[in-house]
Design a protein around this ligand. Sequence first.
Ligand SMILES: [Zn+2]
Ligand SMILES: [Zn+2]
Length: 369
Amino acid sequence: MKIQAAVARESGKLVYEILDLDTPRDNEILVRVVATGICHTDLSAITQLLPARLPMVPGHEGAGIVAAVGAGVTKVAPGDHVVLTYDYCDDCRACRDHDHTYCHHAVERCFLGDRPDGSSTLHDAKNEIVHGSFFGQSSLATYALCYDRNVIKVRKDAPLELLGPLACGIQTGAGAVFNALGVTEQTDFAVFGAGAVGLSAVMAAHVAGAPTIIAVDISEERLEMARDFGATHVFNSRTGDPVAFIQSVTEGGVLRSLDTSGVPTVMQQALAATAPRGSCGWLAGVDPALEVPINPTFLLAGRSVKGIIEGESHDAQAFISKLVDLYMEGRFPFDKICQFYEIDQLEQALADSKSGATIKPIIRFHAQN
Ligand SMILES: [Zn+2]
Ligand SMILES: [Zn+2]
């Protein structure tokens, strides 16, 4: 079928084209995309900082309505509301252990842009291949082809056009807190970086009941938002040393900390802000050649650093459903960091994402009804 999709042919540039999307195979699901969030991983893919291949269609925070399913699909049916998340192979050692975010074939399944058999779901007007299947979806488009493993059925009373970002950016921050770091009423928590991921982490830590929640950033506006979402302390690192501040308001540091920035000095600060027995999470996608020094003597006091992908949302159906429920109960107000753009405002949305003017842009493709 003909679809309209944002295609990257040159590094960093997206232009809409009319493409041909395959009809769903046995295990595939065709989704009429209602709206798709933009995440920094899209920008890293189209500039090929990540191992993506051009031409490609990005988009991995899609939400929409099932339009058609292959003969072997039982999880969803046409008309179901769905959120589209990361893909995985379902066959490697990590997948067999149900640790899907750590799939050994995550690069192939999420970045390289073809099906497991090497075919592409998308072709252009000259019948040349365009790489689709980005995160098993390529949802910066009017329609997307997905799999039952990465399609998340959601309740129909929730505002579908808002829900796409739960599938990556928001789940990354909230999942780091709930799943990977295990923040509870017993653990204080500090987050470095108050973007979409960091603010989601603050909201989650508040839901988890962490007694002290500290947000560190260089934007007063974002620190103010962090306060609104439950941060008990905020610190602008332009004004001094965040580690000294955190040590001064806790018993020598926090038990759980998280870096969302991917900036080496900040990653080191996040670790340095932990108390003995503390755990620090690093989750940003960075230059693969980057190395960050760690002092082993500092780690000896029971400290650890953990790498985290997609907030360890291994059972994404359960985890995203939980976030939708929390939102509907008014306990997880992630809508306050989202801003909608119409289909023809893509360039503006990308510019606002890069500049930080918008924390989480969402592009609308179809009306919900
Ligand atoms: Zn796997
Ligand atoms: Zn993402």
